[in-house]
Design a binder for this molecule. Structure first.
Ligand code: ADP
Ligand code: ZN
Length: 609
């Protein structure tokens, strides 16, 4: 699929259009406006036409006489003369006296109509177009379908389109969508079997996981046109525009069927209509129009609507009920295998050195979305160029993970010596607590170079593979690890800093979830105390219990974190020597790898705990 590009038009092109509009307007429009042209004649002609009884209507004014011929086809005009018998003779010639023969337009009016009006129209149009052009400049090139029409961008078939093979991982989603591709290829088979394709398919998942890509790939595989519009575009600008855009979009789509219509960010129009007072009329009208359109076309007409959202739970039930977006395809964050595959796809674009190991990179970038992974590859290439190379090596990639996830190194941020020591102990505190609990390397790497994101240190966790289940003990260990940083500060410096704020947040979240969502406390057993609202965007949750229970939960959470904090402190005190040794290493080198960490931990006396 290749997007239709609107070629850059030189300015002269637009001036040409201005001229053309002016000429056309004068040739076609203004004669109509001015009705008939007036012919000026001398008084003699007027008199002889009276003689010939060839006057149709006449209008005698103080300074001029306007008249027509018998057939009323031509308007004439002549100056008034002192002609006493004129009225008599006109009457005898059978002329009709009147007061409303269309006069020549006043010169001012005529300039207004022939020059100013077209200019105004043109510049209005010009402004509209330049606005469109600006909008397009930001992103994909596309074609606007003229004034007041929808902004759906049409992508015309071409061989260099996006295919399923370009979308790495996401196998389940692809499998699901393959059926739609098959349907677009031979709809006959489905009709014969009496099966109707879903009209709407909802792609739900966190941002950057390839939803747009998947939609394009469906069109690419099926070799059909692809219309795309963002939900937020429906609700911009003027009232009533949204609904008319929806109408337009569907009109175009039906003409081009079979085709794919992709609505990004559908939650912008499809939010639950929950009767808030500040309800957005425009949004509602647009949504209603969308529902009407979807109901209006029969299944199997070849128009498949794909929509993407990262808050599926906020969609209006009217939108997700059968006959509308009744199929939901989750597009989740990639797992380890998926991440590696995505990295591979994007690494095709760069020249990679022999030492590049994408499996390791995939492991390090746990939790990254497809878009972030693409970004990691790109940052690595940029770093290579900065260092005067064209070949990207492993170090570039590893550094770029940190860049994408933690921000650029802050070269000139100065940590005082004391601060640097605190940070070193803090980070080692986390790592040591983790290592002693699991007896394995807890980290890939720790650095204490400040990042632009504000983090003073950065710890890259090891992840051996994806974990889908966590035991109660594992979660408790995690909480202990989060408290390890602060615990080290307490033990070594006997004072505490603000550096643990993020740890505190994470530890609390986990402890809370254990009690309210995972049923891991004795008191509350398997009762849900909380529901997750927003699974793809941060996952905030709301309590579903009484105020008294809430109090008890809070107490429980504090107890849990406290006991793990105590455990962490004990681990660190018991291993004080190792703690000092490791922290000194990090303090001096500013970076410690997982291997170095384990060497020191198991080193010399080899008393592995
Ligand atoms: P979404 O629509 O889910 O927010 P996009 O489809 O716009 O995400 O993806 C943004 C970019 O991220 C893509 O252009 C692509 O470079 C990259 N990307 C995301 N997911 C994948 C994937 N599964 N395979 C390859 N690239 C991906
Ligand atoms: Zn910390």
């Amino acid at each position: 699929m290749k997007e239709v590009k609107s070629p850059k038009k030189p300015l002269i092109y637009y001036y040409g259009i201005v001229l053309l509009v002016l000429i056309l307007f004068n040739m076609i429009v203004s004669p109509l406006l001015m009705k008939r042209q007036v012919t000026e004649v001398d008084y003699g002609t007027f008199m002889s036409m009276i003689e010939e009884k060839n006057i149709g209507r006449v209008q005698v004014e103080d300074s001029q006489i306007i008249f027509t011929d018998k057939d009323n086809t031509v308007i004439y005009k002549t100056g008034a003369m002192d002609d006493p018998g004129l009225t008599e003779r006109l009457y005898n010639s059978g002329a009709t006296f009147t007061r409303d023969i269309e006069e020549t337009m006043s010169p001012v009016l005529s300039i207004l109509l022939t020059v100013i009006l077209p200019m105004l129209i043109f510049f209005g149009l010009g402004q509209y177009m330049s606005k469109k052009l600006m909008e397009q400049a930001g992103g994909k090139n596309s074609m606007a379908f003229g004034m007041g029409k929808s902004n759906a961008k049409i992508y015309v078939q071409s061989t260099e389109g996006i295919h399923f093979s370009d979308v790495a991982g996401e196998d389940e989603a692809k499998e699901n969508l393959a059926e739609i591709v098959d349907y677009l290829h031979n709809p006959g088979r489905y009709t014969e079997a009496g099966a109707a394709m879903p009209k709407g398919v909802l792609l739900a998942g966190p941002p950057g996981t390839g939803k747009t890509m998947l939609a394009k790939a469906v069109a690419g595989e099926a070799n059909v046109p692809f219309f795309s519009i963002s939900g937020s575009e429906f609700v911009e600008m003027f009232v009533g525009m949204g609904a008319s855009k929806v109408r337009d979009l569907f009109k175009q789509a039906k003409e081009k069927a079979p085709c794919i219509v992709f609505i990004d960010e559908i939650d912008a129009i499809g939010k639950k209509r929950d009767g808030q007072l500040d309800g957005n009329d425009e949004r509602e009208q647009t949504l209603n129009q969308l529902l009407t359109e979807m109901d209006g076309f029969e299944g199997n007409n070849g128009v498949i609507i794909l929509a993407a959202t990262n808050r599926p739970e906020s969609l209006d039930p009217a939108l997700t009920r059968p006959g509308r977006f009744d199929r939901r395809i989750p597009v989740e964050l990639p797992d380890l295998k998926g991440r590696e595959a995505i990295l591979k796809v994007h690494a095709r674009k760069i020249k990679a050195a022999d030492d590049v190991d994408l499996h390791t990179i995939a492991r390090m970038a746990s939790g990254a979305s497809g878009a972030e992974l693409a970004n990691i590859i790109n940052e690595a290439a940029l770093r290579a160029v900065r260092n005067g190379r064209v070949i990207v090596n492993q170090a570039d990639l590893e550094e770029s993970i940190e860049v994408v996830i933690a921000g650029y190194q802050k070269k000139n941020a100065l940590l005082s010596d004391k601060e640097k020591r605190v940070v070193a102990y803090h980070e080692i505190g986390h790592a040591l607590v983790a290592a002693m609990q699991t007896n394995s390397a807890p980290v890939q790497k720790i650095t204490i170079i400040p990042r632009t994101s504000g983090a003073l240190g950065y710890t890259m966790q090891v992840e051996q593979g994806d974990k889908y289940l966590l035991t109660k003990e594992e979660i408790e260990n995690k909480i202990a690890t989060y408290t390890g940083g602060r615990a080290a500060e307490e033990i070594v410096f006997d004072e505490i800093t603000t550096g643990a704020s993020n740890d505190i947040e994470q530890a609390t979240k986990l402890a809370r979830a254990m009690i309210t969502r995972y049923g891991m406390s004795e008191e509350f057993d398997m009762v849900a105390m909380e529901t997750v609202n927003n699974q793809y965007l941060g996952g905030d949750s709301s309590l579903t219990c009484s105020a008294e229970t809430q109090k008890e939960i809070d107490k429980k959470v504090v107890e849990l974190v406290k006991s793990q904090h105590e455990k962490a402190r004990k681990i660190l005190s018991d291993n004080r020597e190792k703690l000092d040794e490791l922290a000194m290493f990090l303090y001096e080198k500013e970076t410690i790898t997982g291997e170095e960490f384990m060497e020191i931990l198991n080193g010399k006396d080899g008393d592995k705990a």
